[in-house]
Design a protein around this ligand. Sequence first.
Ligand SMILES: Nc1ncnc2c1ncn2[C@@H]1O[C@H](COP(=O)(O)OP(=O)(O)O)[C@@H](O)[C@H]1O
Ligand SMILES: [Mg+2]
Length: 260
Amino acid sequence: MSEQAALVLQAEKVTQRFGEVVAIEEFSLQVPRGEFLVIVGPSGCGKSTVLNQFAGFLRPSSGRVLLDGQEIRDVEPRCGMVFQKYALFPWLSVERNISFGPDMRGVAAEKTRARVDQLLQLIDIEPFRKHYPSQLSGGMQQRVALARTLANDPEVLLCDEPFAALDAMTRQVLQAELVKIVAAEAKTVVFITHSIDEALLLADRIVVMSARPGRIKLELQNSLPRPRSVEVQNTEAYAGLKQQIWECVREEVLASMSKT
Ligand SMILES: Nc1ncnc2c1ncn2[C@@H]1O[C@H](COP(=O)(O)OP(=O)(O)O)[C@@H](O)[C@H]1O
Ligand SMILES: [Mg+2]
């Protein structure tokens, strides 16, 4: 496989302006197939902007974003997004929420049913298939949102702080589940978080963005052994990585505070 083919996502010197505001500037990033990449950075540094470009929701002011070597010019169904707000359809049951995408695309009902069954198992929510979103906890709703995105069989999973609104324990459970799901489904993931612990638990590689205009300030391979149970947090290697990331993030948070 050529090096090019091994890259799923690429951002090439991407600049995004919103009027006067330069959200990101000459931002470049390459994501190899199967990687779990985590992006951290201060609030307002352009993290969501990057994801929205990969999803095709936003066209860069200059530069290019590519999927499988081809420029992303429109909403890209091969990139599935999971947001902090679950945004489930309140009037649809869990299973209908999950099958919504395939139903809209006219996928054969038989095929969709099989996939929905498989996803309900994978996300541990089978007994709740007939429930409505309002009957579910936040953690359950986020599971359904994840399944709904996976039902579209995206090549890439884009996650914009998906666990930020959850309590710490639910969050831990979902982190572990996400790792399991990503392995089972062999997805490439770009995941945004404010939590350095979450980044260290999930990532193959971690990218720290600078204060606005966002660029990559630090990039590091996360070589902590998998599976990463909570015990890994008591190791020296973990403490060292956390310190390194925190020092970098802290500088940028301070820089972004002095700008606003
Ligand atoms: N649609 C938009 N219109 C105007 N400004 C925007 C828009 N989206 C983002 N911005 C601005 O761009 C900067 C980066 O935003 P964003 O990518 O959401 O940051 P992050 O996700 O890192 O918090 C912020 O200053 C934000 O206010
Ligand atoms: Mg954001």
